[in-house]
Design a protein. Structure first.
Ligand code: GRF
Length: 186
């Protein structure tokens, strides 16, 4: 049985989608939600879906509190779903090829510092891209630079707005992120 933790900082719609998907998987279980923002939407979702959550500060994370809790929960796979902090080296070393992230663009384009959430979709729009998409990748010590596992594209039309691009990208995330994680684990 794989014991999965989701780390998220925001609304958590991907976290909710993952929780629902893995509810019926006998081999892989979402054990807990970890969050660095006490008022993040993901915490309400976790409560509603009966998944324990754990809130920590950046300082606590960097002092080892997060790794300690991951160990206590027996976590062997970590999913970043809108998690905005850089993970400490100790966690990355402890989980080699066991941490994945989803990025709302086609890396290496639109990655790196400051490229998160709507900033990504605004940049895609400003550059008149004709396609964008999602990238699921392993996490290493550098922002958005771990090995790419999977990408999927969607068209961007001239009439698209950053908001409509975000919706298209979210739809791809909901469709593919759970399946790709399941494939990696099985
Ligand atoms: C997603 O677009 C994901 O690609 C990015 O952060 C966003 C999180 O959205 N890493 P949500 O909190 O899952 O709704």
């Amino acid at each position: 049985m794989n014991r999965i933790a989701i780390l998220a900082s925001g609304s958590g719609s991907n976290a909710e989608n993952l929780i629902k998907f893995f509810q019926n998987d006998p081999n892989n279980s979402i054990i807990s939600i970890f969050c660095n923002k006490a008022d993040a939407g993901v915490l309400n979702r976790a409560e509603r879906l009966n998944i324990p959550s754990f809130v920590f500060s950046k300082k606590e994370m960097n002092e080892g509190v997060l790794l300690e809790q991951l160990k206590k929960d027996g976590i062997n796979f970590i999913v970043l779903a809108g998690f905005l902090l850089q993970l400490p080296k100790e966690i990355i070393e402890k989980y080699p090829n066991r941490i994945v992230n989803i990025h709302p663009a086609l890396l290496p384009k639109y990655g790196g510092k400051g490229m998160f959430g709507m900033h990504v979709h605004q940049a895609v729009k400003e550059n008149h891209e004709t396609e964008t998409g999602i990238t699921i990748h392993y996490v290493n010590e550098n922002y958005d630079e771990g090995a790419i596992i999977f990408q999927q594209t969607t068209k961007v039309n001239p009439e698209d707005t950053p908001e409509s691009i975000a919706r298209k990208v979210h739809d791809l995330e909901y469709e593919y992120f759970p399946k790709i994680i399941q494939q990696l684990l099985n």
